[in-house]
Design a protein around this ligand. Structure first.
Ligand SMILES: *Cc1c(COP(=O)(O)O)cnc(C)c1O
Length: 376
């Protein structure tokens, strides 16, 4: 490596697990896998390469920049940047690289038309707001939208998509059905003129629970990376057979005796109540280990769960390794994943998310983006 690194911790990305997760989702022709935000922290290019080998025909990314990077790297798939294009430069690049660019309102539709030269065509995606209150045209915009699409025949709508606000909440099923109804009515109006338009509504949760009713393209994200959007709900079983793709580890820097009454780290939030042994581990909040996890999570050392103790520092954490045997500097502590001994469990992004009051998505993005990544 020729760049300096600020943390000895690393992210390990298991591309075989990613591929198996993708295969579990069925026919690639019905999938628009979501690899936005650097593939949820797993790395855009390696993830795209693995999915390409597995037969992916479409990719959803976040920015036009991600879309262009993929196209320039030679990916031939349909690529949809979910955030749309903002600057004139982005619109021009999207057109030049045949990126299926979302139009979200009349203004962006006009920009798309104006950057497409005469007698050429530009593939677009129609973003529909059906109840997420985010990007897209609403039901009442349909007459104007249809009129504009006739006025700008160079724009070729390839896809109409919408996003569900509560797909992962079985208790909000009525809201999800209402969104779906709105989506059907909007896309029926569009398909009267553009019969080849594909429809995409389902994220991971909706895809896992929808049965056959998934429209042409589903947009699974978190399940690709092993997360279960239904965790903690009565539907938890519907998306429980995906494997975590990311593991995180960090070396033990020192093992120290901690005598009864001695405290650990800033603010003295942990004090030994008996003679203990503590390991100092080379990862901290600068590398994605949220300070909110102080005294609230485990790490896996020698295959055994050890409680993290004391405040999380910028580049270090401490763990209780009393009774774990011959733990030495240089041994690895697994922050996510690990190789558990019988009767022990891997550390999951979900349990960390639960401890933090967030979702596994955020945990994965953070670790992935603030550590060197190693691919297997
Ligand atoms: C992130 C995202 C998805 C994927 O959602 P998951 O819950 O990860 O499956 C799908 N569609 C849009 C528009 C998104 O922003």
């Amino acid at each position: 490596m020729n760049e300096c690194t600020f943390s000895p911790s690393s992210c390990h990305i298991n591309l075989s697990a990613l591929t198996r997760n993708f295969f579990r989702m069925g026919d690639p022709a019905g999938l628009l896998p979501v690899i936005k935000s650097d593939a949820y922290g797993h790395g855009l290019m390696p993830v795209a390469r693995a999915l390409d080998k597995a037969g992916a025909l479409n990719f959803a990314v976040g920015t036009v920049s991600e879309a262009c990077a993929l196209r320039k790297a030679g990916f031939h798939q349909k690529i949809v940047p979910l955030l749309g294009a903002q600057t004139l430069e982005e619109w021009t690049l999207s057109f030049a690289l045949h990126i299926t660019t979302p139009v979200v309102d009349m203004d962006s539709l006009k920009r798309a038309a104006h950057c497409c030269p005469d007698h050429m065509t530009f593939p677009i995606a129609i973003a529909c707001n059906t109840g997420m209150g985010r990007l897209g045209f609403s039901v009442e915009d349909m007459p104007d939208l249809l009129e504009a699409l006739h006025r700008y025949p160079m724009l070729v709508p390839e896809l109409a998509f919408s996003h569900l606000a509560c797909a992962d909440m079985p208790s909000e099923e009525a809201y999800t059905f209402a969104q779906e109804e709105r989506f059907v009515s909007m896309t029926n109006a569009l398909r009267a003129f553009f019969p080849d338009l594909s429809r995409s509504l389902c994220n991971s949760a909706a895809y896992a629970s929808a049965g056959e009713d998934r429209f042409e393209l589903a947009r699974p994200g978190i399940t690709l990376y092993g997360g279960n959007p239904f965790v903690g709900t009565p539907y938890a079983d519907k998306a429980s057979d995906f494997e975590w793709v990311m593991s995180v580890c960090a070396p033990i820097l020192q093992v120290r005796a901690l005598r009864s009454g001695e405290s650990v780290s800033y603010g003295r939030t942990f004090t030994a109540t008996h003679d203990m042994k503590a390991a100092v581990i080379g990862i901290g909040y600068a590398s994605g280990f949220d300070r909110g996890l102080s005294n609230a999570c485990d790490v896996l050392i020698h295959g055994r769960r050890c409680h993290q103790i004391g405040r999380v520092c910028m580049g270090m954490i401490m763990a209780d390794v009393t009774g774990v045997g011959a733990v030495e500097p240089g041994d690895l502590a697994w922050i996510l994943g690990g190789d558990p001994q019988p009767g022990q469990r891997i550390i999951t992004a979900q349990e960390m998310a639960d401890a933090l009051g967030t979702i596994s998505y955020e945990v994965l993005c953070r670790f992935g983006m603030s550590n060197q990544r190693i691919y297997h």
